[in-house]
Design a protein around this ligand. Structure first.
Ligand code: HEM
Ligand SMILES: *[C@@H]1O[C@H](CO)[C@@H](O)[C@H](O)[C@H]1NC(C)=O
Ligand SMILES: *[C@@H]1O[C@H](CO)[C@@H](O)[C@H](O)[C@H]1NC(C)=O
Ligand SMILES: CC(=O)N[C@H]1CO[C@H](CO)[C@@H](O)[C@@H]1O
Length: 527
């Protein structure tokens, strides 16, 4: 007997469709009643070129591939009006709100608001690689992770300049000048990614993968039940794994359409390697000695501190992977952008170099202290300006965990609040916010570190996020970046852009780097 004849099937489908339509109408009604009750005004909607919103979807993917994704967002908003800062976008049947209004960003991020959390799409697209850790969890699970990880980022632990010194030395050793003092034309970007990977793996696990200098790698201890890992593969597997995650992220709620054997393979390999670090720690107990420590100083290793709190190998894997992910490519991309702009702004480079030599001396082996790095405000202004113009993370997101409002963007002049129903995703377009002439002035597109003198910033500049989920690695990355800047300025007195002129290419992954890398040649200072 057939339980489902074609007719019952058809009736079933019809019933389902009418149910969907009805409940969607009911939900729309509920939302407008709720919006009216809260005194919300309507918010501008990006004009749809077609009924389904397919054009929008195609356009945005095309802009991303052409390495101008963040600029595309600015243009779309400008096209609706220079003073329109919050819009609604419809991608297929998925509604999004996009904002470049600092007040709305404040509402999404600030600790007063419990109405927003990170979206479930982020968790779902990243989970196969990262597991569930501080970067991917929500609600109570996130609170647990944050409480576990946060104490490890105290000033004393992140100001270990020895770590920065050793890896910066490996970095500058890669740069060799000829007889006339000039290097060949070089691509700096991969060097910075390797530098960042080396630093963060040593900080987290106590073992650098030494991507910059494989000869420096010491023999690894034996770990019962595990093969010796190939540390060098970590960077490659991470890059490839991340490409899959990006792909999944770009498909919003259809992330699950993207899956592949290669992705599974990358995840497995990464987990195997991290599990080796974890087992090494768990089996070695407190007696685990770090093989790279020569001078008897006790080195801070984040995994060791976590292991005092939990012995669950999966938790140790998940939490440390979140940190590896958060800390590697962001730091590499930032360094790339710093030298991208220095190579194009001779005045800024010369001023920076003069100040660095004044404060740190001209010898590339001079001692550098944490206090000195903090005191050199021009370095901070340069880094801020790099963040502003290039936006290492050009887009952030939050999802409403309950019906709520954003304070601005509604009504004819955009001054009324707007209604955000539970589950709605809000994209916070940080790049767009940092390119608003009404906030930054008419020279908004120029690279001018001086604009930071005496400037107080609010939510219009949040390169590290803000509020309860703000970046834990901010100080760590500032120290690392400043350190590299100082050593470069001491060693080189000129940096020349070797790339053909052309528009800035914003290769937007999760973090964003220059699409054409950083092609320069450097001139060694005379000694
Ligand atoms: C240039 C370097 C960096 C940039 C631009 C950056 C940016 C960010 C941003 C924007 C967020 C917030 C994400 C959100 O709102 O959902 C974040 C979170 C985070 N970052 Fe960074 N980051 C950098 C370096 C680092 C480093 C070096 C580490 C660690 C070693 C790190 C660890 C974290 C962690 C753990 C979080 C998650 C915090 C939470 O959700 O509670 N970051 N970062
Ligand atoms: C977001 O979109 C909804 C409709 O999908 C609209 O009612 C609301 O006003 C928009 N809010 C923002 C912040 O754009
Ligand atoms: C770690 O992440 C994996 C997914 O990769 C998940 O199955 C597991 O439950 C997580 N474990 C802990 C303790 O966080
Ligand atoms: C780290 C890095 O550069 N990631 C990716 C940036 O985006 C390009 C193109 O989408 C990828 O090729 C990179 O792997």
């Amino acid at each position: 007997m057939h339980l489902f004849s074609p007719l019952t099937f058809l009736l079933g489908v019809l019933a389902l469709i009418s149910y969907k339509v009805l409940s969607s109408i009911r939900e729309k009604r509920r939302q407008s009643a709720e919006a009216a009750r809260r005194g919300c005004g309507p918010c501008p909607i990006l004009p749809k070129q077609d009924l389904l919103g397919i054009t929008q979807f195609r356009e945005s993917i095309r802009a991303t591939r052409a390495e101008r994704g963040p600029k595309y967002v600015v243009e779309k908003m400008d096209a609706m009006g220079k003073n329109i800062h919050t819009v609604q976008v419809r991608v297929l049947d998925y509604d999004l709100n996009v904002t470049r209004d600092p007040e709305n960003a404040r509402a999404c991020f600030s600790s007063q608001s419990n109405d927003f959390d990170i979206g479930v799409h982020r968790t779902q697209s990243w989970k196969p690689l990262l597991g569930v850790g501080i970067f991917t969890s929500q609600g109570e699970a996130w609170k647990h992770s944050r409480a576990l990880v946060r104490p490890q980022f105290t000033t004393q632990q992140i100001s270990d300049l020895d770590l920065a010194e050793r890896h910066t030395r490996d970095l500058t050793n890669k740069i060799v000048a000829g007889a006339d003092g000039w290097t060949e034309t070089m691509q700096l970007q991969p060097l910075f990614y390797n530098f960042a990977l080396d630093t963060v793996t040593e900080f987290l696990y106590g073992y650098s993968v030494h991507a910059q200098n494989p000869n420096a790698r010491a023999a690894l201890p034996t770990v019962r039940g595990m093969d010796e890992p190939n540390l060098l593969e970590l960077g490659v597997n991470f890059d490839q794994g991340k490409r899959w995650i990006e792909e999944r992220g770009a498909f919003y709620k259809w992330y699950w359409l993207i899956s592949s054997k290669d992705f599974d393979h990358r995840c497995r390999e990464i987990h195997k390697l991290v599990d080796w670090f974890v087992q090494c720690r768990l089996q070695g107990g407190d007696k685990q000695k770090d093989p790279e420590l020569a001078d008897g100083k006790k080195k801070f290793i984040l995994l060791n501190e976590l292991a005092k709190e939990t012995q669950n190998p999966l938790e140790l894997r998940n939490e440390s992977l979140s940190l590896l992910f958060a800390g590697r490519d962001t730091a590499g991309a930032l360094l790339g952008w710093v030298f991208y702009f220095l190579a194009r702004n001779e005045r800024v480079f010369n001023k920076l170099r003069t100040l660095v030599l004044e404060q740190f001396g001209s010898s590339p082996t001079s001692e550098i202290t944490f206090a000195q790095l903090k005191a050199c405000t021009y370095i901070t202004h340069v880094i801020n300006e790099v963040f502003r113009v290039a936006a290492v993370i050009p887009l952030n997101e939050r999802v409403a965990v309950r019906d709520t409002t954003l304070p601005r963007g509604g009504g004819p002049d955009g001054s009324q609040p707007i209604f955000i129903p539970k589950g709605r995703q809000v994209l916070i377009a940080t790049y767009a916010m940092q390119h608003r002439a009404d906030i930054w002035g008419d020279d908004v597109e120029d690279f001018v570190p001086e604009r930071w003198e005496g400037r107080k910033v609010g939510f219009e500049f949040i390169p590290f996020g803000a509020g309860p989920r703000s970046c834990l690695g901010q100080q760590f990355s500032h120290t690392e970046t400043s350190y590299v800047i100082v050593r470069f300025c001491q060693r080189f007195d000129r940096i020349e852009n070797m790339e053909e002129p052309g528009p800035i290419r914003l290769c937007h992954a999760i973090e964003n780097r220059s699409g054409s890398g950083v092609q320069v040649r450097l001139h060694e200072a005379a000694r």
